[in-house]
Design a protein around this ligand. Sequence first.
Ligand code: PEP
Length: 244
Amino acid sequence: MKKLAAGNWKMNGTGADLAEVRALIAARPEPDCDMLLCPPATLIARMAEVARGSALRVGGQDCHAAASGAHTGDISAAMLRDAGASHVILGHSERRADHGETDDQVRAKAQAAIGAGLVAVVCIGETEAERDAGRTLAVIGGQLDGSLPAGASAATLIVAYEPVWAIGTGRTPTLAEIAEVHAFLRSRLRGLIGAEAEGLRLLYGGSVKPSNAAGIFALPDVDGALVGGASLKAADFAAIVAAL
Ligand code: PEP
């Protein structure tokens, strides 16, 4: 399967930052992996315009589970698609923490995203307290079971394992810990979606940077990365893309 380098710009970026996108496309015109950037909703259409005809795909960072209606400030999956998005990140730990998103809500959003023709990038991950308590696999197993939409396939779903304590902190699990979780997720996915699990991309996320990307990407069952801070600068993200 083709690996995926996905960038999450979070609440960063205005029109001026599209210069980084142009630089990224110029640096990696024909990457060996798939390349995705998820800017704030305000930039999706403009980034999609910059990316037109290139290998770069553009995604959203969240969507509402409903198709339309009285949900002030929210955005539907169809709206993301209309703006030029092909993917949407769902259930990021910052959404779960800041907005109280539950597995049920993430599942409903993923269902809506897939229904609208988007690829859902569903995020799961344990907190530091959960890891310290030896509950990592129980927590992420529960999140996976609860967040997965019915009928998910390798073509419509990507799962990102992002330990909450590794996001934006510069800390990462050991390579052995990442490998353990990804093997566990692959096995759990076999039980949930059968043979589709083999081709479903499992991303690692949490303080991925040019200096640690190659080691992480060499692990079995790591099919790419979801990158926060290091996706904001073309040079850093291009280096991560080159490591895949
Ligand atoms: C993220 O927010 O998805 C993330 C992995 O952030 P960072 O790479 O900055 O740790």
